[in-house]
Design a protein around this ligand. Structure first.
Ligand SMILES: Nc1ncnc2c1ncn2[C@@H]1O[C@H](COP(=O)(O)OP(=O)(O)OP(=O)(O)O)[C@@H](O)[C@H]1O
Ligand SMILES: [Mg+2]
Length: 527
């Protein structure tokens, strides 16, 4: 909430004023009732048509106030979520790759969509609504105290059980909510995963399995929602009963005063209407409270899952021209086995390395460790004699261009895919397209064409990804399986150019190596 108050103070002030106006008008219902009853008793006081017109004006006023207050509060909730969504997205993008990779992208997608909508309804909108209800409660209590202090105090005492309800139900409401959120998360993650592999299971006979899996996860979501609803409605039922105690209790006490000639019928009617305005906020607040409690849990969950990136080094260490990277006794193991075992090697400037080895031998892992995508290795890695753990990720990345084994084509123009939205001239883009043998797209028309991973071939995608990193003009080029999907002829031409780059160090992982390629390399690293 502090973000919202800081960013939208004017909106918050407007909302507070509108809430006060609406509360006063709503609570004045009671006075209107009293006005009608008092004046119909004695028809000579005010003509009937004046009463009707006055009431109509009042209804109109209330309508306007309601519209403006509601619109403002809901819009403010949307603005709050919009702001928070942006903040979370920037926190995600500021993460280090090693931390980002702990979640699947679908988890982040669920967080940015379903969970943000949940936050809108259950947290921000609920807080603004609760704020209004508190104002209405206070205004109603003040007017009730002014009209009849004894009755008002009795009414406030009768509302105490209802006020205590949220405290009693708090824990169970929190727990059930968080379980539903977790299950929904899991459901979204699984569904995205299934849909990403659509063709794989569609063709390879997994349809039935997918449908059954969806059913299982969906049923689980429903089960958790059922528990949550049970807790919510139990709290609401108590709430309802206690509200009735307050409302009917007021009538019974009012009847007592009428019998003793201490109150008129009109003032009891007005008072019971005032009590409705006192009990309605309490009644709704219990519900609001359960939403806010659940929403707050969700908010805390997002905050802990996507913390502000405080792990990244904040030093201004600058790197000199690349001379040498050294691996000293680098060991990396996952749960089951050692993937790298006491690796020792040097990578020298302007040398071209071919890295080969069987599938699963640790080539990609080696590159990920070198690019600080994996941090939990043992041993020492230095860049120009500096331990890479002491070099900020972005500083290291200013030296390295990286083509991942499974890269990504963005759903935008070819030009944006190449430049990644940086300022590059068409001339540069065309030149690099020619370098990677994409001559057919080396023209301005093609640059502005929309592409996606579905609309281009695997080999074309690889070449666009290569062109993308060449444009950055880095000193070290790391290419993980560039060769996959490329025909021999094209591959040979592009490899020739890569291995003839005069000023760059190349680490070239491939399964497709000919004698020709081995001859081009300065060194071979065997995994
Ligand atoms: N995130 C991970 N968690 C656990 N194990 C992993 C992870 N990534 C890779 N591995 C394991 O590490 C080993 C090395 O994988 P890596 O991807 O480095 O091999 P590779 O030599 O690049 O293989 P390929 O030639 O098939 O690309 C494999 O046995 C793999 O199962
Ligand atoms: Mg690999």
């Amino acid at each position: 909430m502090k973000y919202v108050i800081k960013h939208y103070p004017k909106y918050i002030l407007l909302f507070a004023i509108l809430s006060l106006v609406l509360a006063v008008i709503t609570v004045s219902d009671a006075l209107v009732l009293q006005f009608i009853i008092n004046n119909v008793k004695d028809s000579s006081k005010i003509p009937y048509y004046v009463i009707v017109i006055s009431v109509m004006v009042f209804i109109l006023l209330e309508g306007f106030a309601y519209y403006f207050q509601q619109f403002n509060s809901e819009y403010l909730a949307k603005k709050a979520v919009n702001l928070y969504r942006g903040i979370v997205f920037r926190r995600i993008t500021a993460q280090r790759i090693s931390i980002f990779d702990n979640h699947t992208p679908s988890k982040y997608v669920s967080l940015m969509t379903a969970q943000m909508d949940n936050l809108d309804e259950n947290y921000f909108a609920a807080i603004f609504w609760a704020f209004y209800l508190i104002i209405q409660f206070i205004v109603a209590c003040v007017i009730a105290l002014a009209v009849n202090p004894t009755m008002a105090i009795i009414a406030i005492i009768l509302s105490i059980p209802n006020l205590l309800l949220p405290l009693i139900f708090r824990k169970v409401l929190e727990n059930t909510k968080i379980k539903t959120i977790k299950q929904t998360d899991l459901y979204i993650a699984k569904i995205s995963d299934y849909l990403f592999g659509f063709a794989d299971w569609k063709i390879n006979g997994g349809s039935k399995l997918i449908d059954t899996q969806e059913k299982i996860e969906n049923t689980r979501v429903l089960q958790f929602q059922k528990s949550e609803l049970k807790a919510q409605n139990l709290s609401t039922a108590f709430n309802h009963a206690f509200s009735n105690v307050l409302y009917l209790g007021t009538w019974l006490i009012g009847a007592f005063f009428i019998l003793n000639k201490q109150m008129t019928m009109a003032s009891v009617v007005a008072f019971s209407q005032l009590v409705i305005n006192i009990s309605f906020p309490i009644y709704s607040c219990a519900d609001m409270f359960s939403q806010i409690v659940g929403g707050k849990k969700l908010f805390e969950k997002i905050e802990t899952e996507i913390p502000v990136n405080s792990n990244e080094l904040q030093n201004n260490l600058q790197l000199d021209t690349f001379k040498k990277i050294s691996f000293r006794d680098v060991t990396f193991k996952n749960d089951q086995k050692k993937i790298l075992d006491s690796l020792n090697l040097d990578i020298l400037a302007n040398q071209k390395y071919v890295i080969k080895g069987p599938s699963g031998s640790g080539k990609t892992t080696f590159l990920k460790i070198l690019t600080k995508q994996i941090l939990n290795y043992k041993g020492l890695i230095t860049f120009n004699e500096l331990d890479i753990t002491n070099i900020a990720d972005q500083t290291l990345y200013s030296k390295i261009g990286y083509l991942p084994q499974h890269g990504h084509i963005f759903e935008t123009t070819l030009a944006n895919n190449l430049s990644l939205y940086q300022n590059k001239t068409n001339k540069d883009l065309i030149e690099v397209l020619k370098f990677v043998e994409l001559n057919k797209w080396a023209n301005e028309d093609s640059l502005s064409k929309q592409i996606s991973s579905e609309s281009i071939s695997g080999g074309e995608a690889k070449r666009i990804e290569l062109a993308r990193l060449l444009l950055q003009n880095k000193e070290i080029l790391i290419l993980d399986e560039f060769s996959s999907g490329l025909d021999k002829d094209t591959l040979r031409k592009v490899e020739d150019r890569i291995f003839s780059l005069p000023h760059q160090t190349v680490l070239y992982v491939t399964h497709v190596y000919s004698n020709e390629l081995i001859n081009k390399a300065d060194q071979i690293i065997q995994f």
